[in-house]
Design a protein around this ligand. Sequence first.
Ligand SMILES: Nc1ncnc2c1ncn2[C@@H]1O[C@H](COP(=O)(O)OP(=O)(O)OP(=O)(O)O)[C@@H](O)[C@H]1O
Ligand SMILES: [Mg+2]
Length: 347
Amino acid sequence: MITTSGLTKVYRSRGREVTALDGVDLHVREGEVYGVIGRSGAGKSSLIRCVNLLERPTAGTVTVAGQDLTALAGHGPRAGRELRRARSRIGMVFQHFNLLSTRTVQDNVELPLEILGTSGGERSRKALELLDLVGLSDKAKAYPAQLSGGQKQRVGIARALAGDPKVLLCDEATSALDPETTRSILQLLRDLNRQLGLTVLLITHEMDVVKSICDSAALMENGRIVESGTVSELLATPGSELAAALFPVGGDVSGDDRTVIDVTFHGDAAARPVISQLSRTYNIDISILGAAMDTVGGRQVGRMRIELPGGYEENVVPVGFLREQGLQIDVVERADHESVLVKDGAK
Ligand SMILES: Nc1ncnc2c1ncn2[C@@H]1O[C@H](COP(=O)(O)OP(=O)(O)OP(=O)(O)O)[C@@H](O)[C@H]1O
Ligand SMILES: [Mg+2]
C-alpha cells in the first residue's frame, strides 16, 4: 500500500547539510498498522512528511495505493492538482492536533471537504457521520478550547478521515496525551483500521504504542531503517533489538562462569515442560532470572531469561537441545544484558 524505495532527504540550510533520510526502503501492506520507532532526530517525521510529499524527497520514490507520488508536480502548499488529489486520499494526524481555534469542531472536520469543493449539505452530513464514528457527536458545535486533549485528537482523526482516505499517517499522535487517553486513541485507530480497512503508518518513540496496535514495525536510526518486519517475524529474529525492546525480560547474572540465555516461547512450545526436561536430560541446575508473559501483536508470547552453570562452550549441547524443541534462543552477551533501546527508554 505504501512503498518507498531509496528514499533520501537532505536538508540544506545556511550552507549546512543534514541527511535526515538515507535510502529508506519501506513496505507497508494494505490493511496493516505499521509502526516506525526511533530516537529523537532519527528521521521519523521526515519520513512521514516525505511519504505524503509535504516535503519533496531529495531522491527515491514514494508509491501510495499504486500511484507514484514523486512523479507528480509540486510539494507542500505548492502541490499541483494531481498531487493535491492524491494527498486527499492520505489522512494525516498530528501530535499537536493542528485544529483551528476559531472554528467549531464540525467546521474543523469540514475544512478538507471545503478545499475539495464538496457542497455544504454533503459536508455537514459527512462531518457529523465522522464525529459519530470517533465518539464526539455531542461536541459538533464546541470549539477546540472546550475539549480535552483526547477529544481534540479525535477531532484531528475525524478531519483526517474526511477525504475517505485509504491510508492514515500519524506522527506521534498520542505523545501529548496521558497514558489512559493514549490507550483510548490507539483503540480508536485500531477500530478504524479494522472497520474501514484503513492502512495506518504511525511514527512513535514509545514502544508501548507499537506493542499495543502494530502488526509490523521498523526501527530507524540515523535516517536508516535498521530492522523491520511483522511483529512475529521480529520476535523470531535472534538478536533483534526491536524484539528485545518490545518484549523486555530483565534479570542479572549471579556470578562469573555462567551462560545466560533468553528463551522465547510462542505457539505450541509454550505448553511443553522444556526447562525441566533440559534439567533432567543434562543433569544441570537452571536458575530463572526473569520471566514474562504478554500479548504482542495480538499473540500470546512468553520469554524467560535463564542461567546455566559454566561458560558457553560447555553449554553448546543444552542450548542445541532447546533449539531442537522449536524454541527461540538468544544467548545474552555479558555487556549486553540490557538492550540499548530499553536502556535509553527508546527516546
Ligand atoms: N526543515 C528542516 N531543516 C533542516 N534540518 C531538518 C529539518 N527537519 C528536520 N531536520 C533534521 O533532520 C533530522 C531528522 O529530523 P526528524 O524531525 O525527521 O526526526 P524525528 O525522528 O522525527 O525526531 P523527533 O522524535 O524528535 O520528532 C534531524 O537532525 C533534524 O534536525
Ligand atoms: Mg518527529
